[in-house]
Design a protein around this ligand. Structure first.
Ligand SMILES: Cc1cc2nc3c(=O)[nH]c(=O)nc-3n(C[C@H](O)[C@H](O)[C@H](O)COP(=O)(O)OP(=O)(O)OC[C@H]3O[C@@H](n4cnc5c(N)ncnc54)[C@H](O)[C@@H]3O)c2cc1C
Length: 460
C-alpha cells in the first residue's frame, strides 16, 4: 500500500458507462474503506472539519471506519448531516474537506467523500434508520421546498420536536437531487429516496404538488397555524445568452433537458414524453450542470461538445465530473463563445456561430477575463444546443409575500447565521438566497435556518 495515494475506487469502464445510465462510481467495499481510513492522521486541530460546511466530525468517523465500527461512524455523521450518501457522491470535496486535509500536503488527501459514501451505503444496506423523537412540542413549522436546504432544516427541527410539513411544488420530493443531477451520478430509487425517507422517519410530513405563492401564500400558512416558515425554494429559473436564434427548436435550457430526462424518464425508449435526441449537440457552459447535460446527451447517442469561454483551469465543475466527461468522450471546445444560433428554414437548429477567446487580467470573480479574438469567427454544424449558463431564483414567492426583501438578482435577503429574513417568522437559505451553489452549502443554510427558527420560537 502506497500511503501517499488514495485507495483507488472502482468505476464502470468508460466505454461501457457512456452507453448506460447506471452509476459510474462503484464505491469502496469494507476492506478498501478500512485501508483508506487508516491513511487519516487524526489531526488534533482537524482542518477538514472547518472545511466542511456542516462541520461533520470527520476524523472521528474515519477512526471508526478504520476500526471496522461502521454503525458508530454512521452515528457520528448523522449528528451533522441527513444526506451523507448524497454528499459523499456530489460534494466538491477537493475544495472543501479534502482541500485542507493535512495528508494532502505530501501526496493525496484522504478520500473523505468516498468514505462518507461507504458509511452511508453500508447503513442503507444494513437498514440503519434514524430514531423518531418520542414526542413533539405541538408547534407547527412550514418548510417550502424539498431540496437539500429544506430537508436539512426540516430534519433538524423534527429532531428538536417541532411538527414540520414540507410543501413541494413538484410531484416528487428531492429538488435538484431528483430533477437535476442524473441517475449515473446519483441513483434516485436507492440513494436519494432512502435519505428522504430517513427525514420522513423523523416525523416530517411532505406535501407534494403545492406551489407556495399559487396554491397558498406564506401569509395564509401563518393563518393556518404555522408559527414559522423556512424558504428553501432553490434557484430553478434558467438564464439564456440573448443571442440571435436562441428560441429555435432544438435549443434547450439544461434545466429542462435534465428534468425531462431525470424526472420524466425521457431517456427510456417507451417514455410518454420522449426527448429530441440530437446527433451532434453543443452544451454551452462549464459547470456541474453543463457536465451533467453533456454526459446525458452522450448517453442518448450524440457526439457532444462542451463550449466554454474560458480555459480548462477555470472550469467551475467538480474535477471528477470533468475527468469522467473526458474519459467518456465528451469533446471540450475551450476558449470558445457562441455569438449566434444558426436556424434552418423550418425553425430548427442547424449550427452555431462562435468566436475564439483569449484570457486577460482576472475579473471580480478572480478568474481571468475572457476576451474575443477579432476575426476568429467560425461555424459549428449542430442539431441541438443546451444552454447551461446558470440559474436564478423564481420570483413567485417574493412577489406574493409582502415585506420579504430580495436583492437585484431576486435572491431572498437572509442572514447567514440564522437565515433570518426581513419578514417576521420567515427564514430562508440555500440557492434561493445565494443563487445556484452546492448541496452542502444549501444543507448548511437549512441547518442555520432550523437554529434560527428554534431560537425565534423558543423566545416566543
Ligand atoms: C444539474 C445540476 C447538477 C448539480 N451538481 C452538483 C454537484 O455535483 N455538487 C453540488 O454540491 N451541487 C450540485 N448542484 C447544485 C445543487 O444541487 C444545489 O445547490 C442544491 O440542490 C440547492 O438546494 P436547495 O435546497 O437550495 O434547492 P433545490 O435543490 O433547487 O430545491 C428547491 C425545491 O423547492 C421547490 N420549490 C421551488 N419553488 C417552490 C414553490 N413556490 N413552492 C413549493 N416548492 C417550491 C422546487 O421544486 C425544489 O424541489 C447541481 C445543480 C444542478 C441543477
Amino acid at each position: 500500500m502506497d500511503i501517499l495515494k488514495k485507495v483507488p475506487v472502482r468505476e464502470q469502464d468508460a466505454k461501457v458507462r457512456a452507453k448506460n445510465f447506471e452509476e459510474v462510481c462503484l464505491g469502496y467495499n469494507l476492506e478498501e474503506a478500512m485501508e483508506e481510513a487508516k491513511r487519516c492522521l487524526n489531526c488534533k486541530n482537524a482542518k477538514c472539519i472547518k472545511g466542511c460546511p456542516v462541520s461533520i466530525d470527520i476524523p472521528a468517523f474515519i477512526q471508526e471506519v478504520a476500526a471496522g465500527n461502521i454503525e458508530e461512524a454512521a452515528k457520528i455523521i448523522a449528528e451533522s448531516s441527513c444526506l451523507p450518501a448524497v454528499c459523499g457522491r456530489v460534494c466538491p470535496q477537493e475544495s472543501q474537506c479534502e482541500g485542507v486535509c493535512i495528508r494532502g500536503i505530501k501526496g493525496e488527501p484522504v478520500s473523505i467523500g468516498k468514505l462518507e459514501r461507504f458509511v452511508a451505503d453500508w447503513s442503507r444496506e444494513h437498514n440503519i434508520v434514524p430514531e423518531k423523537p418520542e414526542k413533539t412540542n405541538g408547534i407547527k413549522v412550514a418548510v417550502i421546498g424539498s431540496g437539500p436546504s429544506g430537508l436539512a432544516c426540516a430534519g433538524d427541527l423534527a429532531k428538536k420536536g417541532y411538527e414540520v410539513t414540507i410543501f413541494e411544488a413538484l410531484h416528487e420530493a428531492g429538488g435538484v437531487l431528483v430533477y437535476g443531477i442524473p441517475e449515473f451520478r446519483l441513483p434516485k430509487e436507492t440513494v436519494v429516496k432512502t435519505e428522504i425517507d430517513n427525514v420522513i422517519k423523523l416525523g416530517v410530513k411532505i406535501e407534494t404538488n403545492v406551489i407556495i405563492g399559487k396554491s397558498i401564500t406564506i401569509d395564509e400558512l401563518f393563518e393556518e397555524g404555522f408559527k414559522a416558515v423556512f424558504i428553501g425554494s432553490g434557484a430553478g429559473l434558467p438564464k439564456f445568452m440573448g443571442i440571435p436564434g436562441e428560441n429555435a427548436n432544438g435549443v434547450f435550457s439544461a434545466n429542462e433537458y435534465l428534468t425531462r430526462n431525470n424526472l420524466m424518464k425521457a431517456f427510456e425508449t417507451d417514455s410518454d414524453t420522449p426527448i429530441y435526441r440530437g446527433k451532434k449537440v453543443a452544451v454551452v457552459g462549464g459547470g456541474n450542470v453543463a457536465m451533467d447535460a453533456a454526459r446525458t446527451a452522450l448517453r442518448l447517442g450524440a457526439e457532444v461538445h462542451i463550449v466554454y469561454r474560458r480555459s480548462q483551469d477555470e472550469l467551475p465543475a467538480r474535477v471528477e465530473e470533468v475527468h469522467h466527461a473526458i474519459q467518456e468522450g465528451v469533446i471540450f471546445d475551450l476558449l470558445t463563445n457562441p455569438v449566434e444560433i444558426l436556424v434552418s428554414e423550418d425553425g430548427w437548429v442547424k449550427g452555431m456561430k462562435c468566436v475564439k477567446m483569449g484570457l486577460g487580467e482576472p475579473d471580480a470573480s478572480g478568474r481571468r477575463r475572457p476576451m474575443e479574438i477579432p476575426g476568429s469567427e467560425f461555424e459549428m454544424e449542430l442539431d441541438a444546443v443546451i444552454m447551461s449558463l446558470g440559474t436564478s431564483p423564481n420570483p413567485l414567492i417574493s412577489s406574493t409575500t409582502e415585506g420579504l426583501e430580495v436583492n437585484k438578482w431576486k435572491c431572498i435577503v437572509a442572514d447567514e447565521e440564522f437565515g433570518k429574513t426581513s419578514k417576521e417568522g420567515v427564514f430562508a437559505g440555500g440557492d434561493a438566497v445565494t443563487g445556484a451553489a452546492t448541496v452542502i452549502l444549501a444543507m448548511g443554510a437549512g441547518r442555520a435556518g432550523a437554529k434560527g427558527i428554534d431560537e425565534y420560537l423558543s423566545k416566543k
